[in-house]
Design a protein around this ligand. Sequence first.
Ligand code: ADP
Ligand code: G6P
Length: 355
Amino acid sequence: VTCSAEAKTVVIGLAADSGCGKSTFMRRLTSVFGGAAEPPKGGNPDSNTLISDTTTVICLDDYHSLDRTGRKEKGVTALDPRANNFDLMYEQVKALKDGVAVDKPIYNHVTGLLDPPELIRPPKILVIEGLHPMFDPRVRELLDFSIYLDISDEVKFAWKIQRDMAERGHSLESIKASIEARKPDFDAYIDPQKQHADAVVEVLPTQLIPDDNEGKVLRVRLIMKEGLKHFSPVYLFDEGSTISWIPCGRKLTCSYPGIKFAYAPDTYYSNEVSVLEMDGQFDRLDELIYVESHLSNLSTKFYGEVTQQMLKHSDFPGSNNGTGLFQTIVGLKIRDLYEQIVAERAAAVAEAAKV
Ligand code: ADP
Ligand code: G6P
């Protein structure tokens, strides 16, 4: 039986501006599912897609309706909905969710042109990552879980400088100018999507160092929606309480400026949420087990799994702070959500077979 109830694809949306850590997040997520994701074999070397045993990650830049020249001529940025084909995005995500393969276009980031399409088969888990996964209400409706990476301007700037100056030879002025030029469209079309997200990872400058503007030490907040069917928030010490915790001392080595955790209920765009926060960074990643042992509802399969994942990818950016920790935790929650959905479908199929 093709297209059986069990075969239905689980769809995850990951929204963020470019250069904000989406690919790092995806590498952590696919690792939780037990396999590294790789570009399709024998295809276009400029394909943006990543495929593992369970998961296919597609980049929504592939739904640009205007190529680089077209955008320039019309004076619109890639962030502008008019540069994107939401009808096609909806059709293809829906088809994949229903178990039907699609010929997805490829936006070539090297040439700025649209390349001939590639065949995408329905995976167990489809991740759509990019600028607009929660923009179109029809696409949003298809998402089983959605995440927004909310990088504050200060931190975004620090990361861009690091990458574009060091690796791409851009000047400080040109980086500033490109961030400024994107800002109006970012505020109009990208940022508002966070109100729809089931989980938001906010990345802010530290509050542990007065007037810090280096952007190296980070304060990271994981905002988790309450009341979802397949997702129950992680908590610190006791569910629903308000906690401030400095774990540094006998069991955790902390150099200046230390580490501070917080946990509390809150509202976010009139939704009830739980917020877990970490400010500062770990000196010794293996000691993370001490923090892990105080967190509950992590959806791990064994004691220490968070720490193990973090140690395994200690070379990824953000491994010593809340960005890596919370990305790993969200990965575990998505695995849990996936397993719950699959189990429910299997139960429904078994039930139907009885009748
Ligand atoms: P995207 O896929 O959204 O473009 P990447 O995951 O490739 O983003 O990250 C882009 C760059 O941003 C990285 O090369 C790194 O310099 C910086 N970066 C991303 N995540 C972090 C992090 N958690 N901590 C520090 N720097 C980061
Ligand atoms: C992609 C990225 C955008 C980026 C664009 C470059 O679409 O996702 O974030 O702005 O490429 O566009 P440009 O018009 O500068 O080539």
